[in-house]
Design a protein around this ligand. Sequence first.
Ligand code: ADP
Ligand code: MG
Length: 227
Amino acid sequence: TEKLLVRSEKMSVAGQLAAGIAHEIRNPLTSIKGFLQLIQAGVNRKEEYYKIMIEEIEKMEKITSELLFISKPLTDMKQLESVDDMVKDVEHLLATQAKLKNIDIVIAEPITASIFCDKSQIKQVLINLMKNAIEAMNEAGFITLHVHDTDAEVEILVCDEGPGIPHEIINKLGEPFFTTKQSGTGLGIMISKQILESHHGRMEIMNNEGKGTTFKLVFPKYYKRKV
Ligand code: ADP
Ligand code: MG
């Protein structure tokens, strides 16, 4: 109804997240309970039910482990870090997974930029975006990483050759639990945006429907001095 709609629009991110968690956890729990009751009643398709229950539990595991990451207090581990090292680390980490789908990850140019950041968090952002890129691509191709070092900002671009993002869902990206994937959690972009905000940075999406997607991360170089 009208009222409900207005309220949900006004809900804070924390509120949306709590509602989402309740929903995302309750559904698998309900289904597990149902299957246990069937088994208890003595059905003979136990093996099939065990398999579904394990899948449901894995879904909850995935969600809770991603949420643990954001609930960690942001201990201040920020220092000047080489963008080169972070990008290379993530490339190494995901190269094998990409190769399984005949995708090559390419670092476009040699980099010397540095940003003031918590390295593990920025790597988490890059992993989230590159995993999405790998998941989006259905054919062999390239994921290209660019780093641009301008006077005031450092930009990291993750470009894929996937199908792009349908424009009718582009505004939903980053809403907790918004996913179009069978086994997605819909938390990757939201977590990435939060990490960027805590670094005074931002994320821009450059979308070429049909030709691929580019996620651009922008970091101010000198905010440490201003604070
Ligand atoms: P998840 O990957 O678990 O679905 P994300 O928050 O990482 O959650 O992404 C949300 C949604 O955004 C995805 O389900 C997908 O529809 C869309 N998306 C994200 N990155 C891309 C991309 N590179 N290409 C196409 N669609 C994407
Ligand atoms: Mg994702």
